[in-house]
Design a protein around this ligand. Sequence first.
Ligand code: SAH
Length: 560
Amino acid sequence: MIGLISATAAGAAARDRLAVAWPDRTRVYDGPVGDAVRRAFAECEQLVCFLATGAVVRLVAPLLGGKAADPGVVCVDEGGRFAVPLLGGHAGGANELALEVGELLGAQPVVTTATDAVGIPGLDTLGLPVEGGVAAVTRALLDGEPVALETEVAWPLPPLPFAAAGTYVVRLTDRAVEPGAREVLLRPPSLVVGVGASRGAPAEEVLEVIESALREAGLSPRSVASLATVDAKAEEPGILEAAARLGVPVVTYTAGELASVAVPNPSDAPLAAVGTPSVAEAAALREGGELLVPKRKSGGSPAMATCAVVRRPGRGRLAVVGLGPGARDLLTPRARDELRRASVLVGLDQYVDQIRDLLRPGTRILQSGLGAEEERARTAVAEARRGHAVALIGSGDAGVYAMASPALAEASADIDVVGVPGVTAALAAAALLGAPLGHDHVSISLSDLHTPWEVIERRVRAAAEADIVVTFYNPRSRGRDWQLPKALAILAEHREPGTPVGVVRNASRPDGTARVTTLAALDPATVDMMTVVTVGNTATRTVAGRMVTPRGYRWQEEPE
Ligand code: SAH
């Protein structure tokens, strides 16, 4: 819950805007501000105070408990001009909240946390549990002192300025070691615990066998990624409760899937009960990896739970990121985050230039020219397989006539793939033209570089016959000039000469143009490779200069 506190009428007006926008996330604290701040501090995870920073500093100072426990506090000035995360920038989420509040109120977020300001990801923002001297090691990173990275387990880190050696150390480990004063431990989710349980096995017994296995093997519970078991045990309360207490999900497999896994300690009991000679070991080993703790039984008599622990192979991360049509504000926030999350960026040189300023310092850039698509796809996958965090970029949507399919055709199951959708050219153009895509529509690329012209022509003809709105990508280049007239002629066999046609060049870019013409009047010479051409169907009209395709023949009678 976010507690909202204000003192004056102006503050209350801004406060109410937040309360109305986020009814389920916020609670207004009325009354004398000192009292309100104290109550909100005790009850909420976050506070937004429409008060001077000085006033808030004095009020919360006596309440401070520690970074891990204190709520995040954001101050907004009386004029609603600035949103200042005052306390709990990272752990309390105040930096992020300030961005959100800023967006809502039109206020400038003023983030003063050093790592955010200089473009180094905070060690506590990597999505991994951290232990040890976070403040000391972060300061060393910011001061440019050598900080060494020791990776016992591969995990795709964002770019951080690590040195070959140093007195400060960041260690990626799943072992139960204590951090030194100048050391930070990052806990990657590298351990899979396979569990078996008899019906009605108590959660305590399941937890006990897991925890003792980890303890004796010297492994950290904070690196446990999941509990794995057979699907017949998917609803077993003791397993669910143990997973909830460890804060991890339960992953299940069919008996058949488990029976096919080679294990060191098969037995007859599970074979009779659930149809596989091993549950704990097989479930833990199902995704591959190294068996660190072979099957062991709980201490009960009879023993009702078993477990086995596997260190799974490190997984790289491939993000396939669409950059949108060009304008910076049509690049999604998620795309921006993924670009900053990557330590390796792969893309066409002109797209790299488009977003270079968003990258964190230290990002390795692998750019290549037009025509090197296959090489880019292969490079991106190879880097991810080496355990890196890779972003493969494309303009518009990276899955539309772009890099996603060649890359995923190469990718194996041993990497994680994240897709970030982007605004594709057809949509960017449609928004400029009016509402040409209000009913069924297709995109067709007129490039016959990779597709035989007969195939393209057959598809154009099908769209023509089916009366579907068509957007042509790659419509015309210097060496390919007859395809567009030919495609338009096929459409003209089924559509009137006056059918509206939209021609959009460089949509959303500074020199962009959009115009609406007709099938008969379109001059193909005005079309080039920076352009998309959208041809209306027989119902498409021009209304006040805009292209409009009705949603249906009876659309005005139908509800939205
Ligand atoms: N992945 C891209 C498309 C790549 S194919 C996307 O989703 O938009 C390249 C073709 O896309 C170009 O020849 C052109 O037809 C079209 N295109 C890309 N960006 C454009 C823009 N800003 N304005 C108009 N057309 C564009």
